[in-house]
Design a protein around this ligand. Structure first.
Ligand code: MG
Length: 368
């Protein structure tokens, strides 16, 4: 089987409401998503999606995906899409780094592998069943009362796990947010306080040694080095997210005892192939992981839910669904959706999500 064509679509994904994180430093109103369709000489096609949450969030941006695919496409035409490790090596030779560019291509190749074998991705990724995965809300930064109101709204939709965005320069405000949310959670609910790298190490140490809450704290500072420093001086379990780009970053985090868990986001690390490697490492060292994508429609969310569902329950925390924050749905009704706090991956072969191209507008590029 050979790749014969790559077709690229760009679609804006407006958010239902402006979204603030990292102490209000970062504001998001719409996401720039890239859909990729890969066709083969045997008539099978696969779909992938790449959507950095926003260009201020990580060293990744929507137009960069399209530019990167233009560079990669000539080397991909003629390759067998089912040879996932080989496909990734080809991409790494043509374009070192830029993992977010490669993720939608890798995803589309996994989709083709699934369709060619008749198996869903949750099984190809090692799972035993289409396990429903707990989904978590994402609570925008605000006053303690505003954030508790958002948690109540999420609870009404079935969410029992919450990611509350904190962090900033006002230490007293962060202590107030954490204590108010931790002590007023609905019974049985869990929360992670996601700092999105807003704190300096001293701020993190002051805040976390002042609060009584012992919930997870995510990405307290900018770098792995700073987070490792904080982890050695606080009692909260630490989750790492934005500072983790490669397998080597994960190895270093484990060697330095910098965390007890990580966010595994295929789009951040370069696709499902790399995310699976990191997931397997995390299982081996006893990490607990949130497996979800950086952003995007239900297509990208579903790819991540396949990986989450194939992960042992002891190592799997909840997964966030980006599409829940969007005012558009380019794959109407398809894929893993929140049903009373859980999302279940499709069991159709491959990803189980097939976009209707007429809903995506004209392609922005075609390579054949
Ligand atoms: Mg995070």
């Amino acid at each position: 089987m050979k790749i014969t064509r790559l077709t690229v679509y760009q679609i804006d994904l407006p958010l239902n409401e402006p979204y603030y994180l990292s102490g209000g430093r970062l504001k998001f109103e719409k996401l720039d998503s890239t859909f990729v369709r890969i066709d083969t000489d045997e008539g099978l096609s696969g779909w992938g999606e790449g959507c950095p949450w926003g260009h201020t969030y990580l060293p990744a941006h929507g137009p960069g995906i399209r530019a990167g695919i233009e560079t990669l496409a000539p080397a991909l035409i003629g390759q067998d899409p089912r040879s996932l490790d080989h496909i990734n090596r080809v991409m790494d030779v043509q374009l070192p780094g830029h993992p977010y560019v490669k993720s939608p291509i890798d995803m589309a190749c996994w989709d083709i592998l699934g369709k060619s074998t008749g198996l869903p991705l949750w099984q190809l990724l090692g799972g035993n069943a289409a396990t429903p995965v707990a989904v978590n809300s994402s609570i925008s930064t605000g006053t303690p009362d505003e954030m508790l109101t958002l948690i109540q709204k999420a609870a009404a939709k079935g969410y029992t796990v919450h990611s509350a965005k904190v962090g900033g320069t006002d230490i007293d405000m962060d202590i107030a947010r954490i204590e108010a949310i931790s002590s007023n959670l609905p019974a049985g609910h869990k929360v992670t306080f996601d700092v999105n790298r807003a704190w300096q190490p001293a701020t993190a140490i002051q805040v976390l040694n002042s609060v009584t809450a012992r919930d997870w704290v995510e990405q307290p500072c900018e770098t792995l080095d700073q987070c490792a420093h904080v982890a050695s001086r606080v009692s909260n379990p630490i989750m790492l997210d934005e500072c983790m780009h490669s397998f080597q970053d994960h190895l270093e985090a484990w060697q330095r005892r910098a965390c007890e868990g990580v966010k595994v986001k295929p789009n951040r690390v370069g696709g499902l192939t790399r995310a699976r490697q990191i997931r397997d490492f995390g299982v081996s060292v006893g990490w607990q992981m949130h497996i979800e994508d950086l952003g995007g429609s239900a297509l990208a969310d579903t790819a991540a839910i396949h990986l989450a569902a194939s992960t042992p329950e002891a190592n799997r925390l909840a997964s966030w669904l980006c599409h829940y924050h969007l005012s558009v749905d380019p794959v109407p009704g398809q894929g893993a959706r929140n049903q009373n706090g859980f999302a279940t991956p499709p069991s159709a072969p491959g990803l189980g999500v097939t976009p209707n191209p007429t809903l995506l507008g004209d392609p922005v590029a075609t390579y054949a």
